[in-house]
Design a protein around this ligand. Structure first.
Ligand SMILES: NC(=O)c1ccc[n+]([C@@H]2O[C@H](COP(=O)([O-])OP(=O)(O)OC[C@H]3O[C@@H](n4cnc5c(N)ncnc54)[C@H](OP(=O)(O)O)[C@@H]3O)[C@@H](O)[C@H]2O)c1
Length: 319
């Protein structure tokens, strides 16, 4: 088969021939891959920087995809944690990590949006007891996951959603996607803190894609401006676009009802994540969530790796 193949962590994958994998056991099936998203997690695995990387090469990148099973069934699936990813003409699917998509579903839209979308969907449904009518701050809302988080928060019944990011133009887009308020994270630290305190001090949940310096500044900004500090604030760590670490002053944990947690594979079981996927896929397939896939043929994978994207756009490789 043809596949995107990483032979060195220093260069983008190349389009090459690769032995077609075989399905074994009752749960496995070999599918024809139709569309695979180029997510940040895919890039970090392909350049060896992801924490799960064991340095073994060659590898086929890709953590999820839409594919067609031999019986014609359309599937969205999450790849096993092996060197055989989804950016290939064929992939072995473990049926326990796959869901059936309705006929007629656009493979590129689902491949683009499931990974970024599930980050907030699973967090709000499995990690926090989020109630309709609650309020949410999305920290780092200008990326694919953040834009979907704003829409998903609204879809799940949030009464007030605040989107925070550093790019003013991209923040404008969030308002069109349903954000009630946006906060700029660029500028002097005290000004950013004042803006966050004004817009988001009383939220119930923070969906955090940034961590690092923006989170270190945002935590005291919210907690010290909160009208009722005993009201629970669930801070859900999801991405680390701005840094791997924060410094956490002890007073923050005493001075407010701050509950810090993460959401992702490990804090939620694979079965728990898979159970949430059909309803998310339904929202994507129906067009209820705004999704902007940029399909690129798999044979152009090298160029795709460095292709710039518009706000909210996700590259999808099409074998
Ligand atoms: N835990 C999970 O279940 C899960 C699932 C999916 C994704 N994730 C993680 O979520 C994160 C976002 O994914 P994505 O698909 O949305 O990626 P993306 O589309 O590439 O967006 C990343 C966004 O981060 C912003 N950003 C980067 N550095 C920043 C900084 N220092 N300050 C403010 N904003 C900054 C960028 O802002 P600009 O617009 O200003 O460039 C960009 O909009 C990634 O870390 C990904 O691994 C986690």
């Amino acid at each position: 088969m043809h596949a995107a193949v990483v032979s060195s962590f220093d260069t983008p994958p190349r389009f090459e021939t690769y032995p077609t994998p075989a399905a074994f056991g009752e749960h496995e099936v070999l599918v024809e891959v139709l569309a695979a998203g180029l997510h940040p997690r895919v890039r970090s695995a392909a350049d060896g920087s992801h924490y799960t990387s064991d340095g073994a090469l060659p590898l086929i990148p890709g953590i999820d995809a839409v594919g067609r099973a031999p019986d014609g069934e359309l599937l969205y699936f999450v790849a096993p944690d092996t060197a055989l990813g989804t950016m290939a003409e064929y992939a072995v699917v473990d049926r326990r990590r796959a869901i059936t998509l309705p006929p007629g579903t656009d493979p590129a839209a689902v491949a683009a949006a499931m990974n970024p979308g599930m980050s907030s969907w699973v967090a709000l449904r499995r990690r926090v007891a989020f109630q309709p009518g609650g309020s949410i701050l999305v920290l780092g809302a200008t990326g694919n996951a953040g834009q979907l988080a704003v829409q998903i928060a609204k879809h799940l019944g949030a009464a007030h959603v605040v989107g925070a990011g550093r790019d003013p133009q991209r923040l404008d887009l969030l308002t069109k996607l349903g954000a009630d308020e946006v906060v700029r994270l660029d500028g002097a630290a005290d000004e950013v803190a004042a803006r966050l305190g004004e817009a988001a001090a009383d939220v119930d949940v923070v969906i955090d894609y940034l961590w690092g310096e923006p989170t270190r500044q945002a935590m005291p900004a919210l907690l010290t401006a909160r009208a009722d500090r005993a009201k629970a604030l669930a801070w859900v760590q999801i991405g680390s676009m701005a840094g791997q670490d924060i410094t956490l002053p002890s007073f923050l944990l005493r001075a407010g009802n701050l509950n810090i947690m993460g959401s992702g594979q490990g804090s939620v079981t694979t079965a728990g994540i898979v159970a949430e996927l059909p309803s998310l896929a339904e929202q994507i397939a129906s067009g209820a969530l705004t999704v902007d896939p940029l399909p690129i043929p798999l044979k152009q994978v090298r160029e795709a790796w460095n292709t710039p994207t518009a706000p909210g756009q996700r590259i999808v490789l099409m074998p």
